[in-house]
Design a protein around this ligand. Sequence first.
Ligand SMILES: C[S@@+](CC[C@H](N)C(=O)[O-])C[C@H]1O[C@@H](n2cnc3c(N)ncnc32)[C@H](O)[C@@H]1O
Length: 199
Amino acid sequence: MGSVADSKVWADYNAAQADRPVRSLCLDAMALAGPGTGRRAIDLGCGAGKETLALLNNGWHVHAVDSLPDTPDRLRAIAPDADGRLSIEVRAFQELGILPPADLIFAGYSLPFIHPDTFGGFWAIVLDALQHNGVLAVNLFGDRDSWADIPEWNFHSEPEARQLFAGLEIVKFEVYDADGQSFRGPKHWHIYDVVARKR
Ligand SMILES: C[S@@+](CC[C@H](N)C(=O)[O-])C[C@H]1O[C@@H](n2cnc3c(N)ncnc32)[C@H](O)[C@@H]1O
């Protein structure tokens, strides 16, 4: 991702998110991580900011990352009272050299959109930022997804996906493998919803 056309796709996608509930994967991560007060969470590919807001409302300091240039405007509009608990980084994941230490890292439907050549390096940065006992909650795409022939995005077999969490305690690993809809029309979804903890 990274072209103007891609930005338009994400802008349209994010604009359509206003009425959906907070992602259950983020709620699972918050429940597992415990009270956010005084601790930092990272929302990778924060998009419309629904999960950023949910984290803020649970007391977390939130570092929100997204490559879309209007991300600060969008987040400040929905969280005007963040009181210095919100930091925003407008950057493509593959251009990040470091992330701040965090006790919760959430990435909702965002990590698959990294080029496979740069995914491994970025994943190492994510694991490095995750603190002892920290919770990581991500969606990854499987190799049976109908988008799996898109060379710019990353897809994993289930053993490959599980291997990414080697050294972490996998608390939840759910596989969704079914026909459905996307913002681009009908497709086959093959998704891993993963919650893991650093021990
Ligand atoms: C499908 S949306 C998901 C947004 C939100 N997390 C959610 O669950 O609805 C993907 C988001 O990730 C961002 N994104 C996609 N690829 C990215 C990349 N390589 N670096 C940074 N942000 C990226 C897009 O701008 C978009 O806001």
